[in-house]
Ligand binder design. Sequence first.
Ligand code: 8YV
Length: 348
Amino acid sequence: MTEPRPRVWVSQPLFDDLVARLGEHFDVVAASDITQYTPEQVAHHLAQVDGALVSLNEKVGAAEIAGVPRLRAVCNLGVGYNNLDVDALSRAGIVATNTPDVLTETTADLGFALLMAAARRVTEAERWLREGHWGPWSFETMLGMDVHGSTLGILGMGRIGQGIARRGAHGFGMKVVYHNRSRLPQDVERDLGARYVGFDALLQQADHLVLMLPYSPDVHHLIDAQALAKMKPTATLVNIARGGIVDELALADALAHGRLAAAGLDVFEGEPQVRPELLALRNVVLTPHIGSASLTTRRAMVALAVDNLTAALGAGPHAGEPPSALNAEALKAAGFAVGGKKIIADKR
Ligand code: 8YV
């Protein structure tokens, strides 16, 4: 008798041709509709399968894997993986993976787009025009802040942060200052044209501050009223990391009262809900978590997640060596030689 094929769950509809690759090795249970799962539903699905490919909206923690006898791999669609409890997965010998690298430049592009749109009031000006306010013409209409030649601050200097620094320094002649858990090697700083500064100095010096650090409870509301008060009233703030890093009510208050010029936000604490206090403001550019959303990049993310899942379950050309494993120890426990790279959080 032949062994039954492993079974995998794909939590959201993705590119069919890429998901079909899983069918070469596994029985695939794939969602046909975009679904918002309860934790119990996630647990129920995980209990039936050997591996899962999940989006950032599916939280996988100790509770969700309490009764999953077969589960061996959880593969995340995203470089950020604060939706996974990697420690709990490791303890259970379940391999966790993410999708780094393939989205770096696309996400850096979006960060820059938000920076420019916020600083130059692009969406505000467009709305104003559509609302018929253009005439009579005034020399002082929609005055914004310059991007070129200004000081770009970056909080979180991993791969995406570095992509933003390159765009700023080499494309727009910006002075780049950054703060990170650890300082970059000097040659990297030189190539990027970036200078390391302390957290407070970053807040004080930046004309445009981009947040690109991984979320963990340690950085919850790191940008709070106190931090915002240290920024220039003419500054812009861009968040393409995770909503929870910013105290959104404090931000909305600063924007409403002229203590900060503008903001560009792609991520929100209560996604997919956006606070009414933010929606009411004209000087904030809001996008629905589209940092990595180009066709090429979203396909590359799915292809990488499919490769990760295939390899983590011991199939395909990279069997036992998922390209971006987060917990090498779980691979070892699963009986594989450790080939998966251990990706640490601040490399994103
Ligand atoms: C999302 C992201 O995956 O990779 C990340 O961490 O936040 C994005 O690429 C994507 O936007 C879907 O939410």
